[in-house]
Write a protein of this length. Structure first.
Length: 105
């Protein structure tokens, strides 16, 4: 009776994830982690720059100038976001070992 109760408790703990299972954890990838952090920082910076630009645009008196200013702010944030996306992939590929290699002589 005791052993079946212990087995049932162990199976329940295993089922809800209280007992670690060998090989279940993903390996830590420092390159991917730092690349993701750099990407997040780049996109957050672009959004911050846009917010500042829109604030400055709102201080303009001419409605046409306000529209042009906001359009430029939108274009700038799109450029920054595409730069961040383009910068993300080469770094992760180099970290994974598919980038340029040094020849040891």
């Amino acid at each position: 009776m005791k052993s079946s109760a212990a087995r049932l408790a162990f199976a329940g703990a295993l089922g809800i994830g209280l007992v670690p299972v060998a090989g279940a954890a993903k390996p830590f990838n420092a390159c991917r982690t730092s690349t993701n952090a750099a990407y997040d920082s780049c996109t957050a910076g672009a959004q911050s720059d846009k917010a500042l630009a829109v604030g400055k645009c709102n201080n303009l008196l001419d409605s046409g100038a306000v529209k042009a200013c906001r359009a430029q702010a939108d274009a700038d944030v799109k450029d920054a976001a595409s730069f961040a996306r383009a910068s993300e992939n080469p770094a992760s590929e180099r970290a994974a070992g598919s980038g340029p290699r040094r020849t040891v002589r």
